[in-house]
Design a protein around this ligand. Structure first.
Ligand code: FES
Ligand code: FES
Length: 143
């Protein structure tokens, strides 16, 4: 069906042409997160200025789902206030659990296509890896 096709296209697009892959020079919020099931890991770096995420980049090794999800995640949080990024993480987590979520407040762009991952429950951890890193980093920042 359409969601399956979209899912594959969006994942391949972000996997082949990752947005925001690399590192950031200087003072950054750096979070390492691994998927215990497979050992894959990503490193996420964010720069927060005046309560806004001015820059976000990721590196590391992982499967196509985890890396494409990191690409989409960094794309959607860049330039946003910290609290909006955390709201988005909440929406994404609901999406992954098949719960109802607010699809009107934000332009969710490509990330909605990741719902296709629900057909492969073992891969949900792959899709959420980068999002967990983002939440962890920003929650520590706020303390
Ligand atoms: Fe990623 Fe199994 S942990 S596919
Ligand atoms: Fe390891 Fe997907 S198989 S993160």
């Amino acid at each position: 069906n359409n969601l399956d096709t979209l899912y594959r296209q969006v994942i391949m697009d972000h996997y082949k042409n990752p947005r925001n892959r690399g590192g950031i020079e200087g003072d950054t919020l750096t979070v390492n997160m691994n998927n215990p099931t497979c050992g894959d890991r990503i490193e996420l770096q964010m720069q927060v200025e005046d309560g806004k995420i001015s820059e976000a980049k990721f590196s590391g090794e992982g499967c196509s789902i985890s890396l494409s999800s990191a690409s989409m995640m960094t794309e959607v949080i860049k330039g946003r206030p910290v609290e909006e990024a955390l709201e988005l993480a909440d929406i994404f987590s609901k999406m992954m659990q098949g719960e109802d979520y607010d699809d009107e407040k934000f332009d969710l762009g490509d990330i909605e296509a990741l719902q296709g991952v629900q057909k492969f429950p073992a891969r949900i951890k792959c899709a959420t890896l980068a999002w967990k890193a983002m939440e962890k980093g920003l929650n520590n920042e706020e303390e």
